[in-house]
Every structure is written in C-alpha cells, then in structure tokens.
Design a protein around this ligand. Sequence first.
Ligand SMILES: [Zn+2]
Length: 428
Amino acid sequence: METKIEYKSDATQEFKLICEKYWSLATDRKNSFIYTCREIGKEFGFSSNEISTIAKKHATLIILDCQCSSCGTHKTCCTRSELIQLSINSWTCDDCRHQIQQLERRDYLIEAEKIRQQELEVKRNLIALLERHRQFQNLSIPSVKDISNIDHLLLVAVIESVGADNLETTISLRDNLQIPLSPLHRLDAKILRRLCSKNLLLFNTHDAEHYVEAGEQGDLKIDFFQINFNFAYNKAQLHQLIIDSKGEEFRNNLGESLEYREWCQRIQLEECIRYLNKRSEMNDLSPSISEKMESLLDICLLSYSISEVYYIIWGAVENASSYRNKPCITRIHASNSIYGNIQRRYDDITNYNLKKRQYNRDSQHPQSAVEKVFFDRVYRIRDCGFRCTVEALLNSFESEEVSNQSPYTNLLNMQNDYSSVIVNVPKI
Ligand SMILES: [Zn+2]
C-alpha cells in the first residue's frame, strides 16, 4: 500500500517522530504495524492511549492508492482502526456517499409518487367502471314476476344466508357466521355470480372497488368471498319472494324443470365433495377433486342419498389411511387410492356384498341455505336433500299427481328401508 504522512502545522519534531512510528506499516503483512502503541509510548514516555491521541491530533495518513470511486479524492486515515477497516477498491468519500444517498432518495420518492399516481388512476378508472356497471344494472333489473324459478330460489337462499339485518344489502361470505349459503365456497361464488349477472344483486358502489379488479377486456374480476351487494328489490318485495317460494303453485312448477334437477344434483355433489375434503384432511390425505372424481360421486348419488354416500366416502378414506401405513406407500399413493376405494365400496353395496348405511350430518357443517330452500321448502321434509336421492324426490311429484296423495308418504316408505337410522321428518 502506498501511503504518505501529512503533519499538522503545530506538530513538534518529537510528535512527528511518534506519528512516523505510529504509521510505520509492516511490509510483510497487510494492515499490520511495525510498532505497537505500547512500544512507542515506552520509548517516548507516554501511555498507549496518549500515543493514539497524539497521532490523531498531529498527522493524517494519506492512502495514495485509494481514491473515492466518485470524485477521485484520496482517502485519509487518522487512526489505525480506520486503516484496518478500509476497503481500498470500493471506497467513496463521505460527501459523495451523502450525495449518492440524496439522489437515490430523490429517485425513490419520484418513483413512489409515480406509482401512487398510477394506483390512483387505476382506482379512479375502476370506480368509474363500477358506477357505469351499476347504472346499467339499475336499468336492467327484471320485474319480480319475470324472475325464473331457479333465480327465485337462489335469491331466497342468499337472503336467508347472507342477507343483512336491514334487508338492503348482503354481508360478505367472509363475515357470514350464520347458516352457510351452500356446501362449498365455489358454489357460493357461482350463485352470487349468477345473481349479479342477472341484476338481482347489484354492485355496492360504496366499497366494491376494494373487492373488484378491472380485467384487460373491461370485465370485472370479483372477490366473491369478500364483496357485499345491494339487493335489487325493496324489503316488501323480498319478503313476498320468500313467501312465494313456499307456495304450492311455485312448488308444482319446479317438478318439470330440468334446470331444477341439475341444481339439486349439483348441490348434492358439492355436499359430498365437502365431506370428502374434510375426511381426507382429517387423515392428512388430499385426493384430487377432478372431473373423474365428480363423475364417480354423481354416479353414486344417482342410486344413493348423500347420507349413504357419506358412508361410502368415510370407508374409502379410512381404507386409504390404513393403506398409507404400509411400507413404501406415500401420501400421494394413499390419496390416489381413494377414487378406487369409493368405486369398490359403491360396487360392493350395489352387489349386496356390503350393507348400506346412512350417516348423519356433521354438526360443524350444518345444512346450507341453498339445501334448505331447494329441498326442505319444496318437499316439506326436513333435510330430505340429505336423506333422499334427487330421483326419489322428483318421483314424489309424479306419484302425487297419480295418487293425489301426499308425496311424503312415498318418501317415508322409502326411508323405512334404512332400519338402522332414525329419521325425523317434521313438517316445515
Ligand atoms: Zn468523493
């Protein structure tokens, strides 16, 4: 290292000598000194600390081969520790470092402001888009008498599950601690999306911008878990919709509806998937809920009620859990075996190799509003959507027409097959 000592004007000859010894660098080792402060002090009659103070006060060491990376100024050291800590190849003087920091801070502030303005612009555009959308919705609200039967049922389920106390808005699914809207969140979102697209639920422009993003095509990406809506109708109209949904005429119109059948099947499927997910989680398994799995459960539900499919699922997951304990069987292997187990149990029950059984609902997962409205209200039997197949329920419409008897007699007779289970069938 190339260095030069620069003495202060008031340095005496003795102090210059002390400084010279203080800064004498050993040539064989990097950043090490020939004399210790103690040795110099002993020679001149000072303590070690006094030597450091004298050196600092009367001289500085200029490092000739260390220049500021920005302005080229030579580095100077007043103490040995400064020299030891010096990184010769990447040193920047205090002034330049300060200036660089100021520039970096200014750039950062400019960039932050630019981002803030962009975000404000995005928010303004989103609010304008939402307001336009809401205006369009206001002009497109269907007359109450034009609401389809399915939308009518879905709207009643929404009112009963997430309708706020004032019956003007919904609460978000996130905040709903009462009766769930449907068995699974994906069906909740499907219901809300449908009612929103049909202008039965309207964007609440006060805070919707927090839960909506504008897509590239001017479409809206909605967080259905957090958003809340305004109802398109007033309290009296909503009240009437609830009453009408319980009426005989309304009920009779549903029997022939293919869409009603599809919704009933979908609701039952979601209920079974929810149970499959829950049982699998409890056993640290995670089967793929693919179209193939859904198709298999759909087949099960054609012949067996949710209550019986619960039994099939329960056994299938228990078998997979035992399988996992075998050597060389991974979690994925065991999870993948659930599909085959469900299929096997279905076949065994169908071929009378396994006795079918009904399972009860789990108290942590109560009946959802959509199940109450689509099943209990229509057939007037508590939780009949859980205890009966869609086919059996729909057939009850036909038998009612033929025999002109209460359809519930047939359903109750059918339930007598399940001798192991007590079924309560109170009238609603
Ligand atoms: Zn500099």
